[in-house]
Design a protein around this ligand. Structure first.
Ligand SMILES: [Zn+2]
Length: 418
């Protein structure tokens, strides 16, 4: 996709104009995003530090907002909301952020890492093969560890179950049913098996693998088409190495499109493996229209200080990409994980409702990611169901990454023409 050369100041002005809903031709002076917020938003610290965690990710503890205590506060959205109030108070007419007078957006998303918690014999074999991936670093002990992995994986598969058509009923099907019942849409990100550079972290299902969905045996690709027919957004869950290795995303997107007959526009990287210096450009070059990876594996929070959508800006080349980012705010994993937040259901509900409240008050996007395979556990399902109900009760516009990106582009076009 074509990126646009703009400098930092111009980019921030364009972005703020969109967040406020100020028409391009308006002669109102665009408020300047205060410098500390601009620095946070542009993720300058992620360019300045090369350190990443064991999975190559920028984690919450590395962030300035973690150190200054504002990681779970949408500082930029609050600033924008205040500016909107100020301008409207001065009689300036602004275009609303969200359709139908909705106060904020509730963006529901799912990384389909597993279609079922049990595996086909072929998936078990793939798992054992992938586990043999050679470490790039590490000595003899790492090599020996590698050889110990296949039997461990086999034992794990035996424990979780091996089946010729693994059931998606308690996982994917439950997830979809909850959303259809609530009358909301969502994004489902599916992986395709990488044609090269496989990682031991990669997902193990192929599009033609069998599963049981709605009481019948299907290929996974048929299930994906059913989700699309039901009105859900289907996106790509890029493989682990696709975050850094050129070309993988384009191939995976094309494979998913060919198999499903759908146009794939949205994406999230598996393991949230996403490096600001490389991944957005690769996603943009692959023709993806929107990403929602900008979050954390081990906490919840506002990595860029905002929940609002924005075109990604490449600070090194001074270019604004076509790619729209919809930041990920609440991920299911860290909420219950014993080495992350380790909340119980009651505390999880308080946290999720609190985040929806602060986002709703600032007119942002409450983007949640729940893995369908986690919904087999009632704690996860209770929190997810409650998040949907609470978000709707607060007046949220239930959307997917797909509907948000198309709304955002249409709105930008209208502002440019107004
Ligand atoms: Zn994943």
């Amino acid at each position: 996709m074509a990126s646009e050369r703009v400098d930092r100041r111009e980019y921030l002005e364009k972005t703020v104009r969109l967040w406020l809903g100020l028409p391009d031709r308006s002669d109102v002076e665009v408020p300047r995003l205060p410098e500390p917020l601009a620095r946070r938003f542009l993720r300058e610290e992620e360019y300045e530090h090369s350190y990443r965690d064991q999975w190559g990710c920028w984690e919450f503890g590395f962030s300035e907002s973690f150190r200054d205590g504002t990681l779970v506060s949408p500082e930029i959205d609050r600033w924008a909301a205040e500016e909107r109030r100020r301008l409207e108070g001065a009689g300036i007419s602004l275009t609303p952020l969200w359709p139908d007078g909705k106060a904020f957006a509730l963006c529901l998303t799912h990384d389909v890492d597993l279609v079922s918690t049990s595996s086909t014999p072929r998936q078990v074999l793939r798992s054992m093969q992938n586990s043999l991936e050679r470490p790039r670093h590490g000595g003899l002990s790492q090599q020996l560890l590698r050889l110990a992995r296949p039997p461990v994986r086999l034992a794990r598969a035996a424990r979780t179950g091996i089946s010729l058509a693994p059931s998606a009923t308690p996982t994917l099907e439950r997830c979809v049913a909850m959303e259809l019942e609530a009358g909301v849409t969502a994004s489902y990100f599916f992986t395709v098996l990488p044609d090269r550079h496989v990682s031991r972290y990669d997902c193990l299902y192929g599009l033609n693998d069998p599963c049981t969905f709605r009481g019948e045996r299907h290929r996974i690709v048929d299930v994906i088409r059913q989700l699309s027919d039901d009105g859900f957004d289907v996106g790509l869950h890029g493989s682990y190495h696709s975050a850094l290795e050129p070309g993988l995303l384009a191939t995976q997107k094309a494979t998913l499109e060919r198999a499903t007959g759908l146009e794939i526009k949205t994406t999230r990287q598996h393991f949230l493996h996403w490096d600001i210096r490389t991944t957005p450009r690769l996603q943009d070059e692959a023709g993806l229209a929107a990403d929602s990876t900008l979050g954390f594996n081990r906490s919840i929070g506002f990595r860029a200080g905002t929940s609002l959508p924005f075109h990604h800006f490449d600070l090194e080349s001074n270019s604004m990409l076509q790619l729209i980012e919809v930041p990920l705010i609440i991920q299911d994993g860290p909420i219950f994980n014993p080495v992350a937040l380790e909340l119980d259901v009651e505390l999880a509900l308080e946290l999720v409702h609190h985040l929806i409240d602060v986002i709703a008050d600032a007119g942002g996007v409450a983007t949640l990611s729940f893995h369908p395979n986690n919904l087999e556990h009632d704690d996860f399902a209770t929190v997810y169901r409650s998040a949907i109900e609470y978000g709707l009760k607060r007046g949220g516009w239930a959307a997917s990454v797909g509907t948000i990106q198309s709304w955002w582009r249409e709105r930008a076009e209208k502002l440019a023409a107004a």
